[in-house]
Ligand binder design. Structure first.
Ligand code: ZN
Length: 187
């Protein structure tokens, strides 16, 4: 607050304003921000480099996909839907491809690069086909059902796992109750 009344910003406050300045189209720095830009070379340099980056991005236009992109994609999706179930390796690949966890990205990229080198790019075709681009509602429902079924199976397995220690624990409880009578007279 004091810095505002002095019409001066410290670096921390300026850094907070920086995203708005850079991301808003045709944004002009406030008087205080402009003053800070004059007085603080590091902040000025950062601001200018951001500006240059975003100016470059604004100029960049994504290339148009080829005229047959949609048709080819539709064919690939239909082939993929008709294809037999994915192997565990393909499922792993898909999982890695669709994983949005950024920490995994570098590992994923190098792993896929290795796979591509090892396969001579043969798997690349499968990669593109595996990326689901807005599957139909039916496919979605089927996938949800499939996942539910898997979840139930896992629950069953968990319950079975839990059930087995309990049956072995019951004799132990019997031992406890056996020792309990010896305690009862003691009290
Ligand atoms: Zn500064």
């Amino acid at each position: 607050m004091n810095t505002n009344t002095n019409n001066k910003l410290d670096c921390k406050t300026f850094q907070k304003e920086l995203p708005d300045l850079v991301l808003t189209a045709n944004a002009r720095p406030s008087l205080a921000a402009a003053a800070h830009l004059r007085d603080c070379p590091p902040c000025a340099e950062e601001y200018l480099s951001f500006q240059a980056t975003f100016a470059t991005l604004d100029r960049w236009t994504a290339p148009e996909p080829s005229a047959f992109f949609d048709q080819k994609l539709a064919v690939l999706i239909r082939e993929e839907q008709a294809a037999p179930r994915m192997s565990w390796f393909e499922r792993l690949q898909t999982r890695l491809l669709l994983n949005t966890n950024r920490n995994l990205r570098p590992a994923m990229v190098s792993a896929l690069a290795l796979v591509l080198v090892a396969s001579g790019g043969g798997i690349a075709g499968i990669n593109y086909a595996n990326v689901p681009v807005q599957p139909s509602a039916t496919v979605n429902d089927l996938q949800i059902l499939d996942r539910n079924e898997q979840a139930f199976q896992q629950l069953d397995e968990l319950q079975q796992d839990e059930a087995t220690p309990q049956t072995t624990a019951q004799p132990a409880a019997g031992v406890d109750s056996g020792s309990a009578p010896s305690l009862v007279p003691a009290t």
